[in-house]
Design a protein around this ligand. Structure first.
Ligand SMILES: [Cu+2]
Length: 160
């Protein structure tokens, strides 16, 4: 019995890993992910690609999780030599027809006050809250990747 259960679990995880994008009305969210954190770290970053296939703008206004005290949406700004993170209290606009990348060094979701260490291979439950489209439950994969466009996931819309 136990063996069967673990087989089912493995199968579910494999399916999740393959089909790691989400649709909500006109919005498509591709590959939410987060980086592993060292022990006793207070904050972690969340990244993903959001495409708005519709003709009206939407806005990512918040993210709900139970592994952090609060979640903020941040922009990274270069100010002289310094990179500074700026909290966007109004959230992040996803313009009609646009693809917005949340990635290291750019816009990102910031998990503040982590209640657990984020470990590679974990899947973190979260709910993305959009102003127009509403709530979208997703899983953030914890993986040690460098981010940006150098991975197979960022190849447009020919998936699956
Ligand atoms: Cu930040």
């Amino acid at each position: 019995m136990k063996k069967t259960l673990s087989l089912v679990f493995t199968l579910l995880v494999s399916i999740t890993a393959l089909a790691h994008d989400y649709r909500l009305d006109q919005l498509e969210v591709d590959h939410p992910w987060s980086r592993p954190t060292p022990p006793n770290t207070q904050v972690g970053g969340g990244f993903m690609t959001i495409t708005n296939h519709g003709e009206t703008s939407d806005r990512l206004i918040s993210v709900e999780v139970d592994f952090a005290r609060a979640v903020e949406i941040h922009e990274t700004r270069q100010e002289g030599e310094l990179m500074r993170m700026v909290h966007l209290p109004e959230g992040l606009e996803i313009p009609a027809g646009a693809t917005v990348n949340l990635q290291p060094g750019g816009h990102h979701v910031m998990f503040m006050g982590l209640s657990q260490q984020l470990r590679e291979g974990e899947h973190l439950e979260a709910v993305l809250v959009f102003e127009q489209a509403g709530n979208l439950p997703v899983l953030f994969h914890v993986e040690a990747r460098s981010g940006g466009h150098n991975h197979g996931h960022d190849h447009g819309h020919d998936h699956h």
